[in-house]
Design a protein around this ligand. Sequence first.
Ligand code: AMP
Length: 614
Amino acid sequence: MGRIIGIDLGTTNSCVAIVETSGGGKIEARVLPNSEGSRTTPSVVAVSKNGERLVGQSARRQAVTNPKNTVAASKRLIGRKFADPQVREAATRVAYTIVAAPNGDAWVQVGDRALSPAEISAQVLMKMRETAEAVLGEEVTEAIVTVPAYFDDAQRQATKDAGKIAGLDVKRIINEPTAAALAYGLDREGSERVVVYDLGGGTFDVTVLEITSGVFHVKATSGDTNLGGEDFDDRLVRQLAAEYEGAQGSGGIDLRKDPMALQRLREAAERAKHELSSCLETEVNLPFIGLGKSGEPLHLVRSVTRAEFEQLTADLVERTLGPCRDALAQAHLAPADVQNVVLVGGMTRMPAVQRAVKSFFGREPHRGVNPDEVVAIGAALQGAALGGGDEFTALLLDVTPLSLGVETGGGVFTALIPRNTTVPCEKTEIFTTSVDNQPFVPIHILQGERPMAVDNRSLGRFELTGLPPAPRGVPMIQVTFKIDENGVVAVDARDLGTGRVQAIRVKPASGLTSEEVEVRVAEAENNRKADEERRAYAELRSQAESLLHTTEQALEGYAELVSASDLERARAAATKLRVTLEATTAAAPLRAAYQELEAVNFALADALYGGIGT
Ligand code: AMP
């Protein structure tokens, strides 16, 4: 078996790590730097103006000039419906267009194509895979990928699909806080309770774990899938944009309506936020951000203090404490029962966040692990454990973050597997008919905590068909609901009367069908090839231009030294290459014209130097 890499597929940034055994037999997780030398990669995907697909820093860098075709934070959309209130809310924040897929899923319009968020995430995963392959010098096909603890079945499925499209066999999907705890708790012995407080770019998770002799048990999870660093940036963006709008001379322009200005403002706000984690004051300086009433350029220069930023975001920090209370209550613990608090996510570098956590739990949070890398490190450790490394045998017990159940009479949601049940788990239920001679039983599977089915997340529906005619209530169909170690749901059924096992295919309420995934896998491979061809073509063009340049110079310089017919042939070949260069975008004729000129040049060189020394 090859190496299983660990990938933290983050909302804002992603990170990839591997586990190595050092000379002394010590296990060490190592974060792998990408081709730009960074240990984390922005989870940003773009299609540039000339049709090139960009991922990571290069995508992020051109976001200002190409905001409509630059997709950041697509994790907010993955596995969600277009009508989902959280998607509607996200749509007001992003410069790209979110569209409804035929099945109602939220997709993204990039250039002339609508892409599923799984395809966007696949690009990021592919970049992480390439990062690992470049460092390791070997092919990588297996990975552990992390997701927020609150992700439901559809979101986990979509993440698995993303892995598949990226050419990765996702051996396990694990919760981000669980991964962080794995990284953190590896060397620990005895028993302790740990809270993982994870405030990242787009999501907030809090998890209560019990670690006993290397066994990790997730006791409770809570969080807010729509609270993260971007909300903090947004507060400063709003403040600065409102001031600008009200400022004299700005002509009452709302910078947030101009995608390019908004992007610049957002980046500046994030930079200021980072600086304010270590400094007490910083300056936002955006020259030429807009035009005044009479067309004069306007600049935005404004100093921001840590105190002001903390004031602007105090309620966001406070909002993280609700889920902390919720998770502790679920685990029947008081803050004082927790022995360690682990901080995860770049946002936990903000001093106000650290203060709030410290005062809530009454203890100094643990910061021994780099908050940007700890999740990928944990994922890599889990990969090593699954890969059968004898040295590392940590067992991972996870829980289902949402209750799984079915719709029963009157649209009521009946939970079969309650939230926080350790996975993998299964539950068997007997279903029957409600009218005489009913030939089928419809079953609607849902996930969520609300009492009415309609308020929960529909995973899919299926019908148990082919029932023999019988009075109502007589047929007995045993249905087994399973949640596997990835949190992914599977269902099977057996007609107890006939003993027949019903082949059930849950028609997914969302996500890509397996056929669609296959198409995307092929497309991704084709895109990879097309990208390579495009790169090779660009290189060929540049070589052709350079050859033309040197040939033209040489022809001028050596006109007298070679025969008129040789000269003529060289000129003709050069003209042909120039015309081809201008007229075509196809590689084959360009390569032919290039090779022709090259051959003529070699012949000329022969004529020039051939006589020397004879
Ligand atoms: P993550 O999802 O863990 O990569 O977290 C990314 C979030 O952390 C983004 O919103 C970043 O702006 C934020 N972040 C990173 N570094 C810092 C810092 N030094 N101070 C405050 N926030 C930070």
